[in-house]
Write a protein that binds this ligand. Structure first.
Ligand code: NDP
Length: 287
């Protein structure tokens, strides 16, 4: 029984229905969500709004952010504000945290979720794209973490990093994206070790996601990747749950993603083969 308890409750966290009942954990908490104009980030904002959190959301598209803020207020957010700009610019990444400080003077959770636009195809050897995506998908995460750390230390808060199976295993056609996600795992896993050694009471949750049915992902993989996607609404709740329960990692969907990562080092060639079987090469060649 203890094993079952450990496996399902400690490792996987509370089941969603139980967590929703405990969602007062996030009531009145002050949360930044990046990349919240669409997709998973937007759904994270809606869940947090229902739970009564204070929200600061960010992305580039102002009109879209305004709509998400309006919806969050309707759903019951304690407050909801936005700041728009590009995470290519590290000054903007700092400005987002500064805005939270001005609004609340404190921060409980930093949810880093945004990604820059990439392509789904063979690597194109364009080093400028690699640099740009490293800035948006990795350096801005580090920049925001540095800026937010004093507030997070004061509140005993949480950092939630939305990553991917492509941050654990090499997938084809996402070479640059995968490099940025691997970088996140290296940085935040090492930082977590130091937090423990320095008694820094800030949790770090890395989220390892499989394919999720967001508009941009569905457009990118359409006709080329044969695995069925998981729903963005449930995914968003799993991410919040992992952060609130201070889990070190979230796997979603658990069975699809965890098995691959566990087997990765035991049977790497077999796993690579299974992954390649999911791609429809004919559709790819049409590009
Ligand atoms: P979306 O494309 O739906 O959302 C990306 C968000 O980032 C948008 O809000 C977008 O808004 C914002 N964004 C894009 N470029 C910039 C920029 N230069 N500066 C600031 N913000 C920017 O992505 P998903 O919801 O699908 O993905 C969310 C997270 O989940 C990502 O970290 C992704 O790696 C991860 N993930 C997703 C999977 C999936 O299948 N969907 C699978 C595995 C991981 P705007 O354009 O207005 O700036």
């Amino acid at each position: 029984h203890l094993w079952i308890y450990n496996y399902f409750i400690v490792k996987r966290g509370l089941p969603n229905n139980k967590f929703e009942k405990k969602s007062e954990m996030l009531k009145g908490k002050r949360v930044i969500v990046t990349g919240a104009s669409t997709g998973i980030g937007e759904q994270i904002a809606y869940h947090l709004a229902r739970m009564g959190s204070h929200l600061l959301i960010t992305a580039r598209t102002e009109a879209q952010l305004q709509q998400v803020v309006a919806q969050c207020l309707e759903l019951g957010a304690a407050s909801a504000r936005y700041i728009n700009g590009s995470m290519e610019d590290m000054k903007f990444a700092q400005a987002v945290v500064k805005k939270a400080e001005e609004l609340w003077g404190s921060l409980d959770m930093l949810i880093l979720n945004h990604i820059g636009k990439s392509y789904f195809n063979y690597f194109d050897w364009d080093i400028r794209h690699v640099q740009k995506l490293m800035d948006i998908n990795f350096l801005s995460y580090v920049t925001m973490t540095i800026s937010a750390l004093p507030m997070l230390k004061n509140s005993g808060g949480s950092i939630v990093v939305v990553s991917s199976m492509a941050g654990k295993i090499g997938f084809p056609f996402t070479v640059t994206y995968s490099a940025t996600k691997f970088a996140l795992h290296g940085f935040f896993s090492s930082l977590r070790q130091e937090f423990v050694m320095q008694n820094t009471n800030v949790s770090i949750t890395l989220c390892i996601l499989g394919l999720i049915n967001t508009e941009s992902a569905m457009k990118a993989v359409s006709g080329r990747f044969t695995s069925p996607p998981a729903p963005k609404e449930e995914c968003a709740l799993e991410i919040i749950k992992g952060g609130a329960l201070r889990q070190r990692e979230v796997y979603y969907r658990y069975m699809d993603t965890k098995i691959f990562t566990v087997l990765r080092d035991w049977a790497p060639e077999f796993i690579d083969y299974l992954i390649r079987k999911n791609y429809n090469m004919d559709n790819l060649k049409q590009d």
